[in-house]
Design a protein around this ligand. Structure first.
Ligand code: GLN
Length: 539
């Protein structure tokens, strides 16, 4: 029998989507890390896109960019935030990636003589991607299978994980998440959907070892016994996952139910070195739910109907708020609504404009930036938000009429934002933007430098357009400070308006590197200054 030092935990989901598989997989990482184990995470996405980079945020939510420049599923953001481990391109596997690799190999003649099939060729490719991460130095690999059991799309992935267990019977654990709905009229929690979902899994040869039962109300012993009997899972391993106020409470909840201990018993593992990770996590959470002050922040974007599109920004605000012991009430404002009037911004203490693509809603954002500047409100522009800041300053301070980005107006006379030189010949859309980590040098005595307390920083990027350096001098003559520059190509990474509390734009995405236990310095600084300005005005 083959053995693997790295234990593999597969997380599947049934009944409905949006059960929180990603948060559960990330939370398992937290508690195992807290018991001294090293943990890696992986996600399978059963769609045919090679990565999520070409999908509309309304379809897919946020595109999470890793430091090596992969455009991945937003669950990778949860993994990084929860375990603190940086993800890479190989931690997110899509159907598109698998098939294109197999087809490329077929064309090269690597399967010469074979009829290339889902089993074994596609499933072998999937397994190889798992084993690539398994034979490392980690104690655990937690692998989440996207989609819902019963979907056509996820079948090859489920078949592959069935085979992994056959190859490493002692080193694999399957956790299946289901929904146990509460039927108000009957006053009861219902287990039938869970039974059906487990049947569906067993039909394809996967017997779950643990069940995570999502429900509005806690499962009592009687229900857990019933689920155990019908689903063939021992009663202690039927875990009740009641809805929590915050995703950050989930690790605390599953640890209370002895989840890490159960996993260790299952694999016959002993804790060798305990860490203080869960204590620190608890302290973070405690500060989050006991704020000492409150601020109101307006976020002006174009995908605000689905705030999952801005997942990392939401979370970065939560991290900085906990750090500062503040409650930040966020109002998501559809930028198109501001084209007529910006009155709605009057009730807020700060304005943030996040990233985005395409022309829709741009004029509303420019108005929001103008409102913040003219009313001395702290302003934080991220990626597109920095470009908006540059456009607004050009039009209203530098008097460059109709200045714009060539992304929105190809024939603008004043192209203060323009396509990057290296992007000019690029035709293909997938994975071709300026992506991932690039260095940035910060100017001393700037707000940015004050926040980071460092001169060279590394941040993650995802953009095709940039500040047009042709206009730099003109901006500088009008007091604008270019406080962050990429030393590799002179690209503007941070710009600021001085003599103001916080009026700053950055071309990178700081939100991607914010962690609950390590809030991002720019978010901390932004919220801190909002609170200071508020307190000052109330004196
Ligand atoms: N659309 C802009 C660009 O491509 C901004 C991108 C972003 O906000 N991520 O440069």
């Amino acid at each position: 029998m083959k053995r693997s030092k790295t234990k593999i935990i597969f997380v599947t989901g049934g009944v409905i989507s949006s059960l929180g598989k990603g948060i559960t997989a990330a939370s398992l990482g937290v508690i195992l890390k807290a018991h001294g184990f090293s943990v890696n995470n992986m996600k399978f996405d059963p769609y045919i896109n090679v990565d999520s980079g070409t999908m509309n945020p309304f379809q897919h939510g946020e595109v999470y960019v890793t430091k090596d420049g992969a455009e991945t599923d937003l669950d990778l953001g949860h993994y990084e935030r929860f375990t603190g481990r940086d993800m890479t391109e190989s931690n997110n596997v899509t159907t598109g990636k698998v098939y294109s690799n197999v087809i490329e190999k077929e064309r090269k003649g690597e399967y010469l003589g074979d009829c290339v099939q889902v089993v074994p060729h596609i499933t072998n490719d999937i397994k190889e991607r798992i084993y690539k991460l398994v034979h490392g130095k980690d104690d655990f690999l937690i692998c989440e299978i996207g989609g819902t059991v019963g979907d056509i799309e996820s079948l090859p992935f489920l078949e592959a994980i069935r085979q992994v267990r056959l190859e490493y019977p002692m080193d694999v654990l399957n956790i299946h998440l289901t929904l146990v709905p509460y039927i108000k009229t009957a006053g009861e929690l219902k287990t039938k959907p869970t039974q059906h979902s487990v049947n569906e899994l067993r039909r394809i040869g996967i017997q779950p070892d643990f069940l995570g039962c999502r429900s509005e109300k806690k499962l009592n012993k009687h229900l857990r016994a019933k689920i155990s009997l019908f689903c063939n899972v021992i009663e202690e391993n039927v875990i009740s996952l009641v809805d929590m106020k915050s995703i950050y409470e989930v690790p605390i909840n599953i640890e209370k139910q002895g989840m890490a201990q159960k996993i260790m018993e299952y694999f016959n593992l002993y804790e060798t070195k305990k860490s203080d990770y869960l204590e620190r996590w608890g302290a973070f959470y405690n500060k989050l739910i006991h704020p000492k002050g409150k601020i109101k922040l307006a976020i002006v974007g174009k995908y605000v109907d689905l705030t999952d599109s801005y997942m990392s920004i939401k979370e970065a605000i939560v991290h900085a708020s906990s750090y500062l012991e503040l409650e930040t009430e966020v109002k998501w404002i559809e930028s198109e609504e501001l084209e007529e009037s910006t009155d709605i911004l009057k009730g807020y203490d700060g304005v943030l404009i996040p990233g985005g693509f395409g022309e829709r809603g741009i004029e509303g954002m420019v108005k929001a930036a103008q409102f913040a500047r003219e009313n001395n409100l702290p302003y934080f522009g991220i990626c597109l938000g920095m470009q908006i800041m540059a456009i607004e300053i050009a039009r209203n301070i530098l008097n460059l009429e109709n200045a714009n980005s060539t992304e929105f107006d190809k024939s603008t006379k004043y192209n203060v934002i323009d396509i990057q030189e290296t992007q000019k010949g690029v035709k293909a859309k997938g994975g071709t933007q300026r992506l991932g980590h690039y260095p940035c040098k910060l100017k001393k005595n700037s707000v940015a430098h004050g926040a980071y307390e460092e001169t060279i920083i590394l941040e993650r990027h995802r953009h095709r357009f940039e500040f047009n350096n042709k206009y730099k001098e003109l901006y500088e003559k009008n007091d604008v400070i270019f406080s962050g520059i990429c030393p590799e190509n002179d690209l503007v990474e941070v710009m600021e308006l001085p003599n103001r509390p916080f009026y700053l734009g950055c071309q990178f995405h700081p939100e991607l590197q914010s962690r609950p236990l390590e809030a991002h310095p720019l978010f901390i600084q932004f919220l801190k200054i909002i609170k200071e300005v508020m307190d000052e005005s109330q004196k």
